[in-house]
Write a protein that binds this ligand. Structure first.
Ligand code: ARG
Length: 583
């Protein structure tokens, strides 16, 4: 569907031409004086210079050539602005089309294109933390937005399951249980099917080993060797690695399921490993990779760089591969498997140098071609009330599960206290509200910004919050249920100004989604639904909807709020949550 701005710009251009002026002056913009008008055109001011006459004269002539039926207000004002308010009949036609076409008439610009969204990025054997929450929430939303525009989308979790963290666990486990067969190089039997640790034991091995590495050089050396040997296929270490994966993955899956975050691809850094040798050979052949102090590096600095741009390190002097290496090999793998038009990466913004380096390398050695777009969406930190990175009460790193449990408990207490639903529905409703609080609290901020996690504010039923949006949807649902058959009622001309405001708010659906896609900014969708929910509630408070005696008028009200509900529901789906029936 054409945007309103484009439609009225075309009409304005026609009017300029009909009045004898160049059509290109007829560009219409959203008004910067919403108290005076909805849209405006300042073209007469520029045209006046070319035609050497008073702008107001041009504006008046243009206005005379506009179709009055389209506008409630169309006037030329000094010194030569053209102010516009759309007419009810214009809006009625536009919204009726929005109601009847699929997906509100957004252009499916992604059809035939594939995008890989790399998000989540949990590290096996390490508890998920808040940073992973942001990646999951923003990434899931971006993926849904791409899909909505017709892209073939592949959400790839890109597990951190390779590298030194694995070597540390192997070395840590060996200290604890040196007699396990995994450590005996001469062992030829079958390794036990049962893992030698539970999840909570596993989660203790890593932090202990990681802390030890910093103070114990011999241990650090062991971990490095174990990393190298694991990567090179030592059977006992591979067997431990498989146990780590099994134990850790079932937990990881549970957490993402709980967040309603889903991946099409569950590959990890380790899956890129087989692609490394050929990639390295190719980089060497192309002169991209070279020796430096015993390591193999890929210089990516370019003339004109404003900051230091270190090379990618591909192979360390001890033979192990690093984050850069698996990152690039993962690109090779994705190009072969999915031929994506785009790869979008979600990670903490402090990783931006890493992505700048590997993106450069990928272009320089032809892993991706010029047509493959690579985008890094780096997000800021979620902070505690003190403005510092979120901590538990005793100062530890907050686990993601804990945070989800905390906000769920907080919401459940409210649901129970206010007797919002029947006891058997408490859990389901609680979960929906908690997700809305958590996700909207995050997504309503620009991704790159840090933000403060404030449970009281995020879970409030009023204000700019997820629960407020849900509350608005639930309110509409309950009116519709009382009304009866509401599904196919046509949109009518607005019966009052509140209805008109609501209609104007709804029309911003497609432009908002397009901007959210283009700028990787789900926060724009949050701003849109906050405005839309406000317009719904204003309309609701100022209009007797179910009490209206004129049945025709009532049907028009119902059609309008039903369309608002659909726009809200589609929007929150794109943000990654959904509304309960009661609240
Ligand atoms: N596992 C990484 C971390 O926890 C995030 C991975 C981000 N994605 C990527 N392709 N590097 O920091």
């Amino acid at each position: 569907m054409e945007r309103i701005l484009d439609i009225i710009t075309q009409k304005m251009q026609g009017a300029f031409a009909a009045a004898g002026y160049d059509a290109s002056f007829g560009r219409v913009t959203v008004s910067n004086r919403p108290d005076l008008c909805e849209y405006q055109c300042n073209g007469a001011l520029s045209a006046a210079k070319q035609y050497k006459c008073a702008p107001i004269q041009i504006a008046k002539a243009v206005v005379a050539n506009l179709n009055a039926e389209d506008y409630d207000l169309v006037e030329a004002v000094m010194p030569g602005f053209i102010n516009l308010k759309l007419s009810g009949s214009f809006l009625q036609k536009y919204l009726e089309e929005m109601r009847t076409v699929s997906d509100f008439g957004v252009e499916k610009c992604g059809e035939g294109k594939t995008v890989v969204v790399d998000y989540g990025g949990p590290n096996v054997a390490k508890p998920l933390h808040i940073g992973h929450l942001r990646s999951a929430i923003i990434g899931e939303s971006m993926k849904r937005i791409y899909k909505f525009f017709g892209y073939h989308t592949i959400g790839d979790i890109h597990l951190g399951d390779w590298g030194l963290q694995m070597g540390l666990i192997v070395a840590g486990l060996q200290e604890q249980q040196p007699d396990l067969p995994y450590f005996d190089p001469d062992f030829t039997g079958e390794y036990p099917a049962e893992p030698p640790f539970t999840l909570s034991e596993l989660e203790q091995i890593y932090p202990a080993a990681s802390a030890r590495k910093k103070v114990d050089e011999a241990f650090a050396e062991k971990a490095h060797i174990a990393t190298y040997e694991l990567q090179n296929g030592r059977p006992g270490y591979r067997a431990i690695w498989k146990h780590i994966m099994n134990v850790s993955l079932s937990d990881i899956r549970k957490i993402y399921d709980n967040l309603d975050v889903h991946f099409e691809s569950w590959l990890g850094e380790s899956d890129a490993d087989p692609f490394i040798p050929a990639m390295i050979d190719d980089m060497k052949a192309k002169g991209c990779a070279m020796e430096s102090n015993g390591a193999l590096v890929f210089p990516v600095a370019q003339e004109g760089d404003k900051k230091e741009m270190p090379p990618c390190i591909l192979i360390k002097s001890d033979g192990a591969v690093l984050y850069d290496t698996t990152e690039l090999a993962t690109m090779v793998q994705r190009m072969q498997e999915f031929h994506p038009d785009k790869m979008l990466y979600l990670a903490d913004k402090r990783q931006s140098l890493h992505f700048e380096q590997v993106f450069r390398a990928a272009h320089m050695c032809g892993i991706v071609n010029d047509k493959t777009e690579l985008e890094f969406l780096g997000f800021g930190t979620m902070n505690g009330a003190d403005g510092k990175p979120f901590k538990t009460r005793d100062g530890g790193v907050m686990r993601l599960e804990q945070l989800i449990a905390d906000i769920t408990d907080f919401v459940r207490a409210k649901v129970v206290e206010n007797q919002i639903v029947a006891p058997e529905d408490v859990e389901e409703t609680t979960k929906k509200i908690a997700m809305a609080a958590l996700k909207y609290g995050d997504l309503s901020n620009q991704p790159t910004k840090d933000y403060i996690f404030d449970m009281d504010r995020f879970a409030a039923f009023e204000g700019n919050t997820g629960p407020y949006i849900l509350y608005t949807i639930v309110r509409i649902k309950s009116i519709l249920a009382k009304y009866g058959a509401w599904e196919n009622l046509p949109i009518q001309v607005p019966a009052n100004n509140y209805a008109k405001e609501l209609m104007l708010a709804i029309t911003k659906f497609a432009p908002t989604m397009e901007s959210a896609l283009k700028s990787s900014a789900p926060n724009l969708i949050c701003a849109y639904i906050y405005e839309l929910a406000g317009a719904v509630n204003k309309f609701y408070h100022e209009t007797r909807i179910l009490g209206e005696e004129n049945e025709d008028l009532k049907a028009g009200y119902i059609a309008l709020i039903a369309l608002a509900k659909r726009a809200l529901e589609q929007s929150i789906y794109l943000l990654g949550f959904s509304a309960p029936d009661k609240m």
